[in-house]
Each structure stands twice: as C-alpha cells, then as structure tokens.
Design a protein around this ligand. Structure first.
Ligand code: TIU
Length: 239
C-alpha cells in the first residue's frame, strides 16, 4: 500500500488493482469542427492538460499498469443516440452531421478518434460509450472485474460532464476513485473548480483529488515491475 497526499485526506493505493481511466480525449472535444465546438465551446482550453496527462500515461506504461481509454461516440445510424441527446446544442452542426473532421461524434470518423498525443497502444483497453458515464451501456465494469481492479485514477474531459458522471458511476459501484486535478479540464474553469470541490467535500463523498505530481511520486515509490501487472500485450481489447 502506498499513501498519496490528496484531498480531503491521503489516498491509499494498493500494490495491485489500480487502473488509469482516460475519458474522451478525442478530437471531437479538443479540436475546432468537432462536437465540443458545435455546442458553442472554446475548445482550445482543453489542450492545456495534454502534456501532464501524457506524463501520467507514460508512467502507467512504464510500470505496465492497466490503462482504459474511453471514446464518446454513436453508431452511424444513431440508433444509440436518444432524442434527448441528439437535440441538444443550437449550433450549425448536430451529432451525425458532416463536419470538417467527418460526421460529428460518430464512431470511426476522423474527428471521433483520440488525439495523436494520447493514442492508445497495444495492451490498452478502448471503451466506446454512447453516454456521459463510462459505465452506461458499456462493458467497462466487466473488464475491471476480470482484472481485479478496485482503484481508479480518473482523467480526461470534460470535468463536470463525462468525467464527473463516470466518477459518480464508479463510486456507486464500489470503486475508490481519485480525480487527477491537472489531468482534467472543462470548457468552463468555474465548473472544473466546483467539480473538484464537490467530489472531495463531505469527507470525500465521491472520492479524492490530487495533482499528477503526487500520483507520479507514489508510482515511483511503488517501484512496480512488469511481473506485477496483469497486462496482456498480445490483446488490445476494444469494448
Ligand atoms: N459538452 C461537454 O462538456 N462534454 C461532453 O459532451 N462530453 C464529455 O464530457 N466527454
């Protein structure tokens, strides 16, 4: 067990059972012409976390620890996109419309992919999700159970939408979650701040928050080797 300085108090990380969850670091949210842009947001603010998140991802790779990437997307016929989602936003483009990076938020389109800096490598799991939470209508929980994962380090975008929803879903399912403060971002800085505060309030009602440096220090202290991790390099799973 390693103790990571966190808010509202130390996060106790066991020697096995931790995974990095990277939520929706897609061109659709970080680049002009994607879904985030179509909703009327300034997408440039999300770029700031990429170098720090990359550092954390590299540490997980170095220690051969499990990494899960999520992709928010819909089937080309939009059969998995309810009107309550399709009809949101009042911009020129909606989900499924053709845009400069292909159809907005549709699986397999260029704009739907993960940004090149954080592209998954062999052995990492990709979860395609139609909702905001990564557990809704996906096999994420099965993957986590199969690998005896109990602790989730949560990162990605946007803090108060898909990241927070996923953290709450995970907490309800019994996972011990830490939101990495400088590896998550929002189009609205005040919403990011509010999310950090609300998840760790009331003694950590949803979980913990800590900066990446604290997590990286903890991982370095663990000194995990390849033999400790349950990583099958022959199989990159897609869910
Ligand atoms: N709009 C917004 O802030 N977020 C989303 O629609 N999806 C995610 O957060 N990934």
């Amino acid at each position: 067990m390693i103790s990571i300085p966190a808010n509202p108090y130390s996060y106790e990380l066991p020697l096995t059972g931790v995974a990095l969850i990277i939520i929706d670091m897609q061109r659709d949210f970080l680049e002009p012409g994607g879904f985030g842009d179509a909703l009327g947001n300034d997408v440039s603010r999300l770029q700031a976390i990429v170098p720090t998140l990359k550092q954390l991802l590299e540490a997980f790779r170095q220690h051969r620890l499990p990494v899960f990437h999520t992709i928010e997307c819909h089937q080309p016929d939009l059969s998995d996109c309810p009107p309550a989602k399709l009809n949101r936003g009042k911009g020129a483009l909606k989900i499924g419309d053709p845009g400069p990076m292909g159809r907005i938020l549709v699986k397999g389109e260029p704009g739907n992919g993960i940004i090149p800096e954080l592209a998954p490598v062999l052995g990492e799991t990709i979860i395609h999700k139609p909702g905001k939470g990564a557990f809704y209508n996906t096999n994420l929980e099965t993957h986590l159970q199969q690998r005896n994962i109990t602790h989730l380090l949560i990162t990605g975008v946007t803090t108060e939408v898909c990241v927070q929803t996923t953290m709450r879903e995970a907490n309800d399912r019994g996972y011990e979650c830490l939101l990495v403060e400088d590896c998550t971002e929002s189009y609205f800085p005040e919403f990011k701040q509010a999310t950090l505060e609300m998840v760790r309030a009331q003694g950590g009602i949803v979980g913990w928050t800590a900066p990446a440096a604290a997590v990286l220090q903890g991982l370095a202290e663990m000194g995990w080797g390849a033999a400790d991790a349950d990583l099958d390099l022959a199989n990159t799973s897609v869910g």
